[in-house]
Design a protein around this ligand. Structure first.
Ligand SMILES: [Zn+2]
Length: 413
């Protein structure tokens, strides 16, 4: 009896959750990333104070439920709804004018805090790049000059990108039973603060947008294909839809609030998905044999390119540092641009675009690299190490088809 009433309460609260998320979306254009649930739950957004009050009431009610003896999925669902609502209330507080530091904000919204690194840490990585990059002089300029030879010409972009998506899809489908009829469309867009975006439309359909504002180097093809598509966002959203929404009638998963713990799981698994689909040497082989030729780039350079690219990726945390200091008011925009150019090796234009991403999405930046590291640690601690690919995919699949929280990744059961 108690278990049934807990289930009934969760069903009822899932509707409250959807209404509240959609209401926040009425005050914050970026908040609702996807919604494919009942039209009847749309409607005029509640005022922020009312959202806050109802959110707090729902949190209070969830805290009275204790599904400790119910099956793990129900326990995860309960915790997830609770933490997502706490994040929602924090976002409402921000919209009402509350100021938080970068770390306070990321903890409140995403259930995680990114580690800090000093310039010294990044200088060491730059030193490694200095040793392998051709030419003389400062590393940022040499890095940019080196990468120029690996830019995919505009007219070849679609072919390269399509080949990368097809391969990512094939590799994922060998490991995860993809929902029947899942599909996506690709669009090329300009004038955005991001480089790629997956808009999930429901019915296992995604619109993947690729931003062509800046030259696209060949590594972006697999990155985008795996991150936005397979086994990244498109697969994640499709599995939540088929297994949780259709399979269990857990309607709260028809809505995706962008500024919430769900995003760390989504971005972290999408980024880690690149390594899942193309582990180790397999990526270099595929790039050398398929993508480089399609892009008109000599394949012999692929191995060295990915060695250098691997070092470059270690600088991703410099992006978090720039965002933290910029949003905490320590850096002006100019200073943040300069920092990104020096330590994250971005061109001046890309660094400026990145500060606009900081303006729009704020501490969301941690979800990519911290998320990826947390997902990797979680999967490997549970035995999903590279030499056990079956176990690795099994844990990955469980992670992207169940209600997980970032704090839940810290403990492997
Ligand atoms: Zn993403």
């Amino acid at each position: 009896m108690k278990q049934n009433s807990t289930r009934a309460a969760l069903t009822r609260l899932s509707e409250t959750y959807i209404r509240l998320v959609l209401s926040v979306g009425g005050h914050d254009n970026d908040y609702v990333d996807a919604y494919y649930g009942p039209e009847s739950l749309k409607g005029d957004p509640l005022p922020l104070d009312a959202i806050r009050k109802r959110g707090a009431a729902a949190i209070g009610e969830l805290k009275t439920l204790s599904p400790t003896r119910m099956d793990e999925m129900v326990r995860l669902r309960h915790l997830y709804m609770l933490r997502q609502l706490q994040s929602l209330v924090s976002r409402v507080d921000m919209l009402l004018g509350k100021k938080m530091t970068f770390d306070e904000e990321s903890q409140a919204l995403y259930d995680a805090t990114a580690p800090s690194y000093t310039e010294e840490h990044f200088r060491e990585i730059l030193g490694e790049l200095d040793a392998v990059l051709p030419g003389k002089g400062a590393v940022p300029g040499r890095f940019e000059a080196y990468r120029a030879a690996f830019v995919v010409p505009g007219e070849k972009l679609d072919r390269v990108f399509t080949a990368a998506i097809n391969e990512s899809r094939k590799r994922t489908a060998e490991r995860i039973a993809l929902p029947e009829g899942e599909s996506f469309t690709v669009e090329y867009v300009t004038g955005k603060s991001w480089s790629g975006y997956n808009w999930f439309k429901g019915n296992c359909h995604s619109l993947i947008q690729v931003n062509t504002d800046f030259p696209i180097t060949v590594d972006r093809a697999v990155d985008l294909a795996s991150h936005e598509g397979y086994p990244g966002h498109h697969v994640y959203n499709s599995l939540l839809e088929t297994r949780l929404v259709r399979g269990r009638k857990w309607m709260e998963f028809t809505v995706y609030p962008l500024f919430s713990p769900q995003s760390l799981i989504a971005e972290g698994t999408a980024n880690f998905g690149i390594e899942m689909a193309f582990p180790g040497e397999e990526r270099v082989e595929f790039e050398r044999e398929v993508l480089f030729p399609l892009a008109g780039i000599p394949g012999e350079g692929a191995r060295e390119y990915y060695r250098i690219h691997g070092l470059f990726l270690k600088l991703a945390y410099a992006g978090n540092e720039a965002a933290r200091r910029y949003l905490d008011g320590e850096f002006t925009r100019e200073k943040a641009v300069e920092y990104l150019m020096s330590y994250a090796l971005m061109s001046a234009e890309r660094a400026l675009q990145r500060t606009k991403f900081f303006d729009q999405y704020r501490s969301y930046v941690i979800n990519y690299n911290l998320g990826q590291d947390m997902v990797k640690r979680y999967i490997e601690a549970a035995g999903g190490v590279p030499r056990r690919p079956e176990q690795r995919w099994k844990i990955f699949e469980e992670l992207i088809s169940s209600p997980r929280l970032p704090s839940g990744l810290l403990y492997v059961t």
